[in-house]
Design a protein around this ligand. Structure first.
Ligand code: UDP
Ligand code: MN
Length: 673
């Protein structure tokens, strides 16, 4: 029976063992699960409620939980402080070293502070010392691409508050209840989406809704992918809240900022247009002073006052009130406030200004009547001065409004141009040709561009050359002349193509505009044109034509011989009256150019402010003809160069030997004999 029952008993026993085994496994798995999860919960700070539920449920949710946790931890690493608290964050970033130490003390760093991966990057001078390395890399890449801190911008609230930078007296101003309607135009090329959205948000939140008719975005052919469908999506969302408020126009090729501003004005429909960069945040009460002033006078073009959004910390830097001006290269700059304005003793009064910086507001129709912005200005620069001269010379005026303030992001570098001086030089010549009459030579000279009659290379000295070298020089001179003649046909006389200006000249005639002489005398007397310059450009000595006369270190007043380059520290201007200006051409009433001076006894020449030199009877007058010696009229010493111990050349003043000099460009007949 037993024998007969053996297989049955064995089978049942085996089943029991299996069952026990299975139960044991199940139990052990549960214990293990609890242990692992309990530990994870402790490590990952899961709320206690997460501990409930069956093991199977936990297993199925484990992966999802871990994913969520990974995201949360990533975010926690990204946002060491509360990013909503912009000011606190920015304050922290003012003291990066202290901040890093404090962060360590707070236990933010597990072991040691992060290594600064880009110690020479301008992005990490004031900011980002506590970022993990991967984030540093991400922030630096974005910074290189956009020229500002997109990594930080993406974390800051779109509707962040910025300090109200108006004078308290602006708050007492009252404006008419009926004001004109406003189109805000934001132009951009390859800006960060969060920056554009913050500009839009600031306009929506800080402009009285009944006055804001539309916001027009003009995309000047960006290559940045997120500015396409993603931006369109955002626009749809804005328009769901306020139908028709946002519009976008996209250029199908890069046209430059002047054309982008025009495109915006052309599609605008409100009474007034405010044409802004897309990296701004308008401040409280920015629109009312603009609309009220243009309502009073439709021919006034106005500019708000700018504060600077720092490109690294995005903190606001308040700027003082100033007039907008420019130098002879037509670079914009801030000028001191006009005396007539100071005499008013009213800090809220509009400041009459020779120019605008670029951003502007105007009566839409008036701006159209006077020719909008010159779309012939390419890429960047000069269009602001062109508009300013046109407005003043053709019957309008320009004002800066102290109670209207806009925060503007000044980039570290531009994503669309490596060297802004290239488009600015070209555009400056265009302005000079259209508007500056007999004073246009000042722009050519400031940019070191030849005037019409000169042929480059004719000043080359061939006095002390051997026969073979002589033939070579003559041949290369003929080649240069030929090339120049072709260039004159293709690109005007200067070798720079500033485009067709005939329609702008016709406009000037049609509008019956005043002269640049009138503008200088009545609007911008700070600029002081000079008519005595007869030679300019690089000053070389045939002993070694690879080095040029150079203003030397600034601060400092010791001219040097330095490897020739194309920048203004090597500009030299020789006057018929005998002065040599060295360095960038200033030619202004309140600031002196620097004159080459023979101090009398010492071996080395110096550079002195010219009027100071005249006052102290220093020796600033020199006899010079093209390809001849440079001789001080008073001391009779010659400007020469000699080798120093390191093998380079230094400038000396000494009894004349046979050394001669050439200057790059000559004016009129000077230097022809
Ligand atoms: N911009 C443009 N097309 C260009 C160059 C610039 O639309 O070819 C835009 C740019 O995105 C910015 C505005 O023009 O919104 C002014 O340029 P930027 O801010 O570089 O000049 P800045 O304010 O520094 O003088
Ligand atoms: Mn800008």
């Amino acid at each position: 029976m037993l024998r007969r029952n053996v297989p049955k008993t064995l089978g049942m026993g085996l089943m029991l063992v299996f069952a026990l085994h299975f139960l044991l496994m199940f139990y052990a798995k549960g214990i293990l699960q609890k242990l692992v999860l309990g530990d994870l919960q402790k490590k990952l700070y899961l709320p206690p409620s997460e501990q409930n539920g069956t093991v199977m449920e936990r297993l199925s949710h484990l992966e999802v939980d871990l994913l969520h946790l990974r995201e949360r931890m990533k975010l926690a690493m990204k946002q060491p402080k509360d990013v909503g608290d912009t000011l606190a964050r920015v304050k922290d970033e003012e003291h990066p070293v202290q901040n890093a130490v404090q962060a360590k003390a707070r236990g933010f760093f597990k072991q040691k502070p992060n290594k600064l991966l880009f110690p020479n990057s301008q992005l990490f001078k004031q900011w980002g010392w506590d970022l993990p390395e991967a984030e540093q890399k991400e922030a630096e890449d974005l910074f290189q691409k956009f020229g500002y801190n997109v990594y930080l911008s993406d974390q800051l609230p779109l509707d962040r508050t910025i300090p109200d930078t108006r004078d308290y007296r602006c708050l007492r101003k009252r404006y008419p209840s009926q004001l004109p309607s406003l189109s805000v135009i934001l132009i951009f090329v390859d800006e960060a989406l969060s920056v554009i959205q913050r500009a839009i948000t600031s306009v929506i939140n800080r402009t009285p809704p009944p006055l804001l008719k539309e916001i027009i975005l003009v995309d000047d052919f960006s290559s940045n992918g997120e500015l396409k469908a993603y931006l369109d999506e955002k626009i749809k969302l804005y328009n769901q809240k306020a139908p028709g408020l946002l519009k976008i126009i996209r250029h199908t090729e890069r046209k430059g900022l002047a054309a982008a501003r025009n495109t915006g004005r052309e599609v605008a429909t409100a009474d007034v247009v405010a044409i802004l960069d897309a990296h701004v945040e308008v401040n409280v009460g920015w629109a009312e002073p603009i609309l009220a002033r243009i309502q009073e006078d439709r021919t006034v073009i106005v500019s708000p006052v700018f504060d600077n959004i720092l490109f690294d910390t995005f903190k606001l830097k308040k700027y003082g009130l100033a007039a907008d001006g420019f130098n002879w290269e037509l670079w914009c700059r801030y000028d001191s406030l006009p005396q007539a304005w100071l005499d008013l003793h009213d800090v809220t009064a509009p400041v009459k200004s020779p120019s605008i910086m670029g951003i502007l507001a105007a009566n839409r129709l008036f701006l159209g009547e006077i020719g909008s912005v010159d779309s012939g200005m390419l890429t960047y620069g000069g269009e602001n001065v062109e508009l300013s001269l046109r407005v003043w010379q053709c019957g309008g005026s320009i004002e800066v409004l102290p109670c209207s303030r806009i925060a503007h992001l000044e980039r570290h570098h531009k994503p669309y141009s490596l060297d802004l001086s290239v488009p600015l030089k070209r555009n400056a010549l265009r302005v000079a040709e259209i508007w500056m009459d007999e004073y246009k030579h000042m722009v050519y000279m400031a940019w070191n561009v030849p005037l019409q009659d000169e042929v480059p290379g004719t000043h080359n000295s061939s006095r002390h050359t051997s026969g073979v070298r002589f033939i070579f020089i003559i041949l290369s001179l003929q080649m240069k002349k030929l090339k120049h003649r072709v260039e004159r046909k293709l690109f005007k006389n200067s070798g720079i193509d500033f485009g067709d200006i005939s329609s702008r000249m016709a406009l000037r005639k049609k509008l019956n505009c005043k002269t640049f002489d009138w503008y200088l005398k009545n609007v911008y007397p700070v600029l002081k044109p000079i008519n005595s310059i007869v030679g300019y450009g690089r000053m070389k000595n045939p002993l070694d034509e690879s080095v040029c006369l150079d203003q030397g270190a600034i601060p400092g007043n010791s001219p040097i011989m330095y490897h020739c380059h194309q920048y203004s520290p090597q500009n030299v201007y020789y006057h018929l009256t005998g002065e040599f200006y060295v360095g960038p051409l200033i030619a202004e009433r309140n600031t002196d150019d620097r004159c080459l001076t023979d101090p009398g006894k010492e071996e080395k020449p110096t550079l002195e402010p010219c009027s100071k030199a005249v006052k102290y009877r220093l020796h600033i007058h020199w006899d010079f003809k093209q390809g001849r010696a440079v001789i001080n009229r008073a001391t009779k010493r010659c400007l020469e160069m000699k080798r120093d111990t390191s093998g380079g050349y230094v400038l000396v003043l000494q009894t004349c030997t046979t050394q001669v000099w050439t200057i790059q460009y000559t004016v009129g007949n000077w230097g022809s004999n």
